[in-house]
Design a protein around this ligand. Structure first.
Ligand code: CUA
Length: 319
């Protein structure tokens, strides 16, 4: 039963045991080898222990025992651990950012407690997004990882291993997804109160769909489509939201918080702690501190309800 319970955690969009990328497949392969050899040795040791205590509890030959200690206690572990070490080291080279030009170059900065994501297209200007990553399937993506505040760790279990994001330096990570789908990433290093609320979704798409998505994300926001959304835009600008957030194509050009130009197109809100619906926008803007303790964005619960609703409509429509 316990094993069954454990296995239920092996699937899902955030599992390194259900790999959807070349690097994650290597990591899973190593895990299963280590587990299998570990189990085999465990069975061997338990078998020997049962043999000498239950089956043949008589006195044993001293010479044979000495050879068993040297062989089983020194030679055997050296050989097994040496083989596993050589094997795991041989996998490392495949996880390094070598080889040809990657199809996507993405800078990701871990910040308390969200992700600043900048796409650097080969031709054209950088596009700043937040809290969501999309990748083309079957192509190598190069991540340049950093942090402006404390140490975070970038981890998409289904696509590859984790890598620390360290203030003052840039760490590079290559990931090559092999299956389209939606996966989940998380911060894997304790980074303050809301460390556990620092997640993101990863959408692996066909290359054409990916290119269309990136072109759309690079475009400025479309103007409000309804009078409610127009009212929301006025509220956004009047309440100073633009001091921290940018919405390209409007006077809002803040750099402190996440870019919101196409926030309505994302799969989650607040670094994937809430679903992306107008109701959740109201909840987030009105009670940021309750949704994500100690978050830097102040709560705007003092705004009249209809103004909050208008803001939510405006932001939801920024697709
Ligand atoms: Cu960022 Cu934990």
């Amino acid at each position: 039963m316990a094993a069954l319970g454990l296995c239920s955690a092996c699937g899902g969009p955030q599992s390194s045991l259900r790999p959807a990328g070349i690097e994650a497949a290597r990591v899973a392969e190593l895990f299963w080898w280590m587990t299998a050899v570990g189990l085999l040795i465990w069975a061997l040791v338990i078998g020997l222990a049962l043999y000498v205590t239950r089956l043949r509890p008589a006195e044993h030959n001293v010479r044979a025992s000495r050879w068993l200690i040297i062989g089983g206690g020194a030679v055997f572990p050296t050989l097994v651990l040496g083989a596993l070490l050589t094997y795991s080291l041989s996998l490392m080279s495949e996880l390094r950012p070598a080889g040809g030009e990657p199809a996507a170059r993405i800078e990701v900065a871990g910040e308390q407690w969200w992700w600043r994501v900048r796409y650097l297209p080969a031709n054209g200007e950088a596009v700043e997004l937040a809290n969501e990553i999309r990748l083309p399937v079957g192509e190598r993506a190069l991540f340049r990882l950093s942090s402006p505040d404390v140490i975070h760790s970038f981890w998409i279990p289904a696509l590859g291993g984790k890598l620390d994001m360290i203030p003052g330096r840039v760490n590079e990570l290559i990931l090559e997804p092999t299956e389209t789908g939606v996966y989940r990433g998380a911060c894997a290093e304790y980074c303050g109160t809301s460390h556990a609320l620092m997640n993101f979704q990863v959408v692996v798409m066909e290359p054409q769909a990916y290119a269309a998505w990136l072109t759309h994300q690079a475009a400025p926001a479309s103007p409000p489509r309804s009078t409610v959304a127009e009212r929301g835009q006025r509220a956004f600008l009047a309440n100073g939201c633009g001091a921290c957030h940018a919405i390209r194509g409007t006077p809002a050009d803040g750099r402190v918080g996440p870019d919101l130009t196409h926030v309505g197109s994302r799969l989650g809100l607040g670094a994937d702690v809430l679903p992306n619906t107008p109701e959740d926008f109201v909840r987030w803007i009105g009670h940021t501190d309750r949704v994500k303790p100690n978050v830097k964005m102040p709560a705007f619960g003092m705004l009249p309800e209809d103004e909050l609703a208008a803001l939510a409509t405006y932001l939801s429509e920024l697709e």
